[in-house]
Each structure stands twice: as structure tokens, then as C-alpha cells.
Design a protein around this ligand. Sequence first.
Ligand SMILES: Cc1cc2nc3c(=O)[nH]c(=O)nc-3n(C[C@H](O)[C@H](O)[C@H](O)COP(=O)(O)O)c2cc1C
Length: 477
Amino acid sequence: MDLDTGAGLLHRLTSYRPGREWDVPADDPRLRHDLTPNDVAILPPPVKSYPEDLPVVDLPRDLPDPGVPATAVLAGHPAPARPLDAAQLGRILFLGAGVVRTAERNGRRLLFRAAGSAGARFPLEVYASTLGVPGVPDGVHWYDPVRHALVQVGPAAEGETTTLVVTGVPWRTAWRYAERGFRHLYWDGGTLLAQLAAAVASIGRAPRLRTLFPDVRVRDLVGADGVHEFPLALLTVGDGEPAIVATGPARAGELSRVEFPLYTMAQRAGDRDELGEPWPAGDPLPDAPAAESLDAVVRRRGSQRRMDRTGTLPRATLQWATAAALRGIDVPHWIVVHGVDGVPPGVYRWPDLATPRTAGNLRDELERICLGQSLAAEAAYVVIAAVRVDSLDDHGYREAQLAAGLVEGRLHLAAYALGASATGMTFLDSEVPALLGEPADLITLLFTCVGVAEYTSRPGGAPGRPVAVRPVMPRLV
Ligand SMILES: Cc1cc2nc3c(=O)[nH]c(=O)nc-3n(C[C@H](O)[C@H](O)[C@H](O)COP(=O)(O)O)c2cc1C
């Protein structure tokens, strides 16, 4: 990948290094310097909105939990088949994008969703292009996460199988992270898709994920303009051609019209015209430890804000969770072990846990590399995704970021299913190659901290009944 054009340029200009604060843009005219991060006066709305004349289907608020253990789903074990009707489609959407908790901050009500999001910006929208779902007219629908309803934005598409389209709204994450938020769209997309895919698998249907699709046609399908909103991925609810061939125009909905030209440029550079094959599902794992249902684990998950650095996790937890998270994924991963029974502290290149690249206690170093965030030192281990620059092109860059997010999302579910906790984590790009003992031409994708919880969050609520919480803040260093 060329670091002077397209997504490569964005990556280079948004790479963190010591000596420059994360919210100060690099000195380059292609980055916006005229907006103050986190300015509440220009805060974008948390979700899209549509005119009231569009047809709405209120989805049943009693979710049909199939009761499949989270670990069985993550292990790729087949679940009994269940029909996809309005309630089940609503359950799938809710387990990815539903509003599960709320919190008050500076007089504002924050909506926390079922899947995590870097900085709680929640910059994604989900559409369902439905075919033959009882209780839902065939059509293209926007999922309203607040009302737990489908708003029909376009006519039925051609294709064979009901398809979820995940889009990203750059300004919602750029409000805090400026151009680096392009990465977050794909990270968050991955964590969301990990949960949507798990929910699809739990009704005995194959979740088919595609990231190679005709971008312009999918934009038109959901009414995204390609600048203030663009599609990230398709998830088909079972086998068959995705229902993405539009048969008429879609309504666009309301979004704040703030553009970051580098997002548009990076996204366009990765646009393609053809529909690709789905991502490989990966081989099932031979075993699945006992666990609560997927639905219960999703409700319990959150991003752990404080971990117990004196606690350790069993080697089996690290091994099973990582193997489950990496099913079908070919992005390389490393693990920095701080406190795992039977694995001496150090840096390991997964799956080799026998020979550390570097041995010893790296808690302080991880905290430094994670911009002084203490969770990186408190974790029992930290999983790191990274790829060589020359293994990517502009489209592959998107896919690698999304793959890293998918792994983060699955690690999260696996950790909570096995009695541990987790959080996503950002990093100083410039410092990671030396940490991993790799050459400098490395694109670091994402960190996930897994550790022993210091407190337990209240489980998230049901559709229309989110639980009000007072967020715990990470420990200051
Ligand atoms: C991709 C990703 C990156 C994240 N990076 C950080 C981070 O650097 N530091 C941190 O404390 N939390 C991080 N988080 C956690 C988010 O702050 C958290 O998901 C968000 O506040 C929503 O809360 P919840 O996950 O408990 O629902 C990250 C989450 C994701 C999904």
C-alpha cells in the first residue's frame, strides 16, 4: 500500500507518535485544522432520522432468545434452525445495534449500544434489505435503534437472501477523533458485525460477510451519499445472493453535512464494482466450554473500565478465546501476556505460546504505548492485530481494519462468556513494531485488552427499556 495516496495516506497522517497529543492534527494541509474535537456546540445527533411519512414496522420487544450458549456460537457449532420472522430479525438487529444502556454526561443523555464503539461515538447505521420475512414487507429498511423499529426507505431489492447493510457516518466519530476515525468506522463495524453474525448463527443460518461489493450500487440501495455516510459491509442471513440490487430510489434521511475530505478520498480509493465471495467461516473448534446464552452474554458485555492487575486468567481462557476469535481470519496477531497462569509474561506471536519474542513484565511499556491508559497495564493479556504495509491495497486496508474489529468483538464475547472482561484499546503507532520485534513497515490495526474485572456492570436492558447507568471511569495514571 502506498502511504502517500488513498487509505495509506490517511493511515500515515493519522498515526500517533510520542510528542504529539492525540487530539492535535499532524501538520499537513490535507487534514482539517478548523474544528475543535469534542465541541458540544456542534455535536452530531447519535442516530440518523427520517421524515415521518415513511412506513414503519414496530418490531416485537419480546426477543425470541434461542438459548444457544455463546461459546457454541463462537466455536462455530451448528445451532438448531429457527424461522426468521419480524421478532427474530429484531433480535438480531438488537444484539448488534440496539440501545441497551443510557447514561447522563454534562446534561446529555448518552445511548450505549449492544456492541462497543471507540470513544462511544457509535458512528454506524444498519439497514435490512428484507425478502420473505413474515411480519416485515419486502423492502429496504433502516433500523431505528431507539424505537426498535424498521423504517422503510426503499422498495424491495432483487436478490435471494435478506441482507444487512452496515454503513458508517464519518462525522459522528470525526467529531472526537478527526480523520483517525476512518479506522474507527471499520473497527466498530467489525465489533458490531461480530455480534450480528453470532446472532444469525444462533438461529442455524450461515452469517455470510462480504466486504467486496459494488460500493456505488449499495450506497444507492440504502440512500447513502458516499460522503456523509458510506457502506462498510454486507451480512447475509444465510446462503444465497445478497438482496442488494435496488429496484428504485431510496430516501436519504437526515445527517449533519460535515465532510472530512480525507475520509472521502480514502473510502473512494477502496471502492470496487464487483460482488465478491463471502469471508471464510473458518473451521469449527472441537470444544465449547459451558457458558450462558449468546443473548445473556451480549447483555452482560460492556467495556471494562477497571481491571484487577493482581488477578490472572487461565491459559485455557487465552487459548480458547483467541482461537475462537480468529476463526477464518488471516490477519496476524500477537499477544502481550501480563498475567496468564502457565504462560510467562512477554510478547508472543499467536499461535506460538511456547517461545516469547521478548520475555518479561511489559505492563509499564504497554501503558506508555496505549497513551498512558492504565487498562493496558491492568489487563491479563493484550491481543494486537497488525499487518505488513505491502500486504494491503486501499480496499484491503478497509478489510484488515474490519477484521481486527471483528476479532475484538469476538474476543469480547468470548471473554465475558468465560468469566473474564475486555476492552478495545488504541495505541501509539510508531511504538508497536519495536514492541513486537517486527520491522517498521507494519500497519498496526487494533489492541484488545482481556483481564479480570474489578467490578460488574448491570446487564443491558431490553428493546425500549435501556438500563440507566453511571459509567465507571478508567483509573488515572
Ligand atoms: C474499536 C474500539 C476501540 C476502543 N478503544 C478504547 C480505548 O482506547 N480506551 C478505552 O478506554 N476504551 C476503548 N474502547 C471502549 C469504548 O470506549 C466503549 O466501547 C464505549 O465507551 C462503549 O461502551 P461499552 O463498550 O461498555 O458499551 C474501544 C472500543 C472499541 C470497540
